[in-house]
Design a protein around this ligand. Structure first.
Ligand SMILES: Cc1cc2nc3c(=O)[nH]c(=O)nc-3n(C[C@H](O)[C@H](O)[C@H](O)COP(=O)(O)OP(=O)(O)OC[C@H]3O[C@@H](n4cnc5c(N)ncnc54)[C@H](O)[C@@H]3O)c2cc1C
Ligand code: SF4
Length: 294
């Protein structure tokens, strides 16, 4: 259960060369949305589009493949995609909305669907919730500070950011630089310290890089809707898959990281409870299996 409920898990990537070039990992998010748009399974998707500041995303409603591709790639700061869902329905008139969410946003969306106070018009219009793995996130000012001051790179020059092999990486046109993650820890958003979900357990389909080789993604299909669209995209040749290997890649590393995240967060939750501070309401160290906390 540490990886949530799922039907199937595979290693996968988009077969489209353009998506492979611009995507963060296997391009699963972009490929799935482009496919779902084309097949009219969704009529738009809320994605983290480019903003006015470099690397500060602006949520946007993408209604064409070009708009989806313009938002590809990970921005390691918040993109309040959930805020844009109301607009997607009310202003853009979408009936079948796709959206991409980090785990906390996926939780928010599911909560909103289960208790749709003030959003009844929206709750049943989420047609495809694609979740992305997330270990931690950074406020925009923190991200800018450690890139410019610790790494000595002007954020405008950054073409890609990535977390992997215990380091935070930035790619510029002619350089690749990294710092150990332990040097970025102090910059994390403090709410992330009580977050119990690594692999977007509540999404229809969730995906991330960990567990798969470079250029590929690990993909969990979790719900009927997620399974249907992912299988159809594979059958259409839009996405190629291979088994999740054990050993160097695969579920072992994912399970380890997800367990570490939950255990560390539970410790912090207990600490905050003792101090009388607010904590996520479902989290309880009294549960027989603390890893059952979502
Ligand atoms: C803060 C953060 C932390 C992450 N940590 C991990 C990790 O620890 N391990 C791991 O395996 N993967 C992690 N990921 C996920 C990973 O970086 C990729 O986003 C994921 O593998 C999807 O890649 P792709 O090639 O399928 O997506 P692409 O086709 O490149 O599309 C990425 C999609 O994500 C959207 N997006 C980008 N930034 C954000 C954002 N900040 N908030 C919401 N949506 C966004 C884009 O708009 C785009 O639609 C993290 C992502 C984020 C945003
Ligand atoms: S660690 Fe959790 S709370 Fe923080 S951004 Fe990621 S999903 Fe959200």
């Amino acid at each position: 259960m540490v990886l949530g409920t799922y039907k199937e898990v595979v290693t996968a990537r988009s077969t489209d060369k353009e998506i492979q070039k611009i995507a963060q990992d296997g391009g699963i998010v972009s490929a799935l949305f482009c496919y779902a748009l084309e097949e009219k399974l969704i009529d738009g998707a809320v994605v983290a589009g480019p903003g006015k500041d470099f690397w500060k995303p602006e949520p946007m409603v993408a209604q064409t493949a070009d708009e989806i591709l313009a938002a590809a790639g990970t921005k390691y700061t918040f993109s309040p995609n959930v805020l844009m869902l109301k607009k997607a329905v009310r202003q853009y008139g979408l009936e079948k909305v796709g959206t991409v969410a980090i785990p906390c946003q996926a939780m928010g969306i599911r909560k909103m669907q289960s208790y749709p106070f003030g959003v009844r018009f929206l709750a049943d219009k989420i047609a495809l919730l694609t979740g992305i793995f997330c270990m931690e996130n950074f406020p925009f000012a923190s991200l800018q500070t450690f890139i410019s001051e610790k790494m000595g790179v002007s954020p405008e020059l950054v073409e890609k950011m990535d977390i992997g092999k215990g380091k935070f990486w930035v790619h510029t046109a002619d350089d690749v630089l990294s710092i150990p993650l332990k040097e970025t820890h102090g910059y994390e958003q403090s709410g992330c310290k009580v977050c119990l979900d690594y692999v977007a357990e509540l999404a229809d389909v969730s995906t991330g890089s960990v567990g798969s080789p470079d250029g590929w993604s690990t993909v969990f299909t979790r719900t009927d809707a997620g399974e249907t669209v992912f299988k159809a995209a594979v059958e259409a040749g839009v996405i190629e898959t291979k088994p999740v290997d054990t050993g160097k890649f695969g579920l072992e590393i994912l399970t380890k990281l997800a367990t570490q995240k939950k255990e560390k967060a539970m410790k912090e939750i207990d600490r905050r409870k003792e101090m009388g501070l607010p904590v996520p309401f479902k989290a309880s160290s009294e549960k027989e299996d603390p890893l059952a906390n979502v």
